[in-house]
Design a protein around this ligand. Sequence first.
Ligand code: AMP
Ligand code: ZN
Ligand code: FE
Ligand code: FE
Length: 282
Amino acid sequence: MRRVDLHVHSTASDGTLAPAAVVRAARAAGLAAIALTDHDTLDGLAAARAAAGPLEVVSGVEVSVEVAGEDAHLLGYLFDEGSPALADLLAAGRDSRDHRNPRIVEKLRALGLDVTMEEVVAFAASAEVPAGAIGRPHIAGVLVEKGHVSSIKEAFDRYLAEGRPAFEPRRRTTGEAAIRAIHAAGGVAVLAHPVTLRADVREPAVRDLARAGLDGVEVAHSQHDAATRAWVASLAKELDLAPTGGSDFHGAAKPDVAIGTGVAGNVEVPYEWLDGLRARRA
Ligand code: AMP
Ligand code: ZN
Ligand code: FE
Ligand code: FE
């Protein structure tokens, strides 16, 4: 079976491998194609393509939206990379990060942790392809580097996750508006990791997004167990959504997640699922 990974991050957002290194890892894993899906930026695509060789690199991006009062992530694929509608959507996402990040740093400082926004910006800029979108994992990286915590995960668990003392919400656009922008760019819109939606709104949220024109949904994801995969697959069938999937690889920021195969082999995405997305484009 030819396999692909349609959910992968690089240093252009909050992954720890540069796009060229992501591509090398994908080839080493025997993948036929990847979609680079950095948060709120397309900055990694050119370097990934330049290094791709026989590996297919599909245009992708991940954006945060509000659905049923909850934070949800949408993936856009196969869009026109020069689209002004898409550029506006991604710029709004980056603006909301620029608004939020200094507030998170202030909260950390108020908790007595020595960290500055300058350090976060320098950390995010230090990669071969620097981060076009700075997120909590970069703040977490500085906390690790300075010895305040021993891992990215500990930084989230103690300070940065929702409900923890340095959490700060971020302005989000609606799912409908993001789907419209992705469609205006000629792309397809996919709901990422539906398992991360609160259990009581999970299924209604998928149905709402489907009514708003959603094209596909992640069946395979490193956070999906077998029961979740089965549930998403049956809902996808009922709602006529294309099944998709990926590892959500972030390099050392999520050390248990491998490109192409997820956590202990829980992700397997056949090339046909990429064909299925392409078919929705027309
Ligand atoms: P942000 O985009 O700034 O809201 O940060 C959210 C990102 O942080 C997610 O997309 C994940 O990549 C990462 N993340 C969230 N929770 C954790 C965690 N517990 N450990 C490591 N990374 C995480
Ligand atoms: Zn991420
Ligand atoms: Fe996500
Ligand atoms: Fe992701």
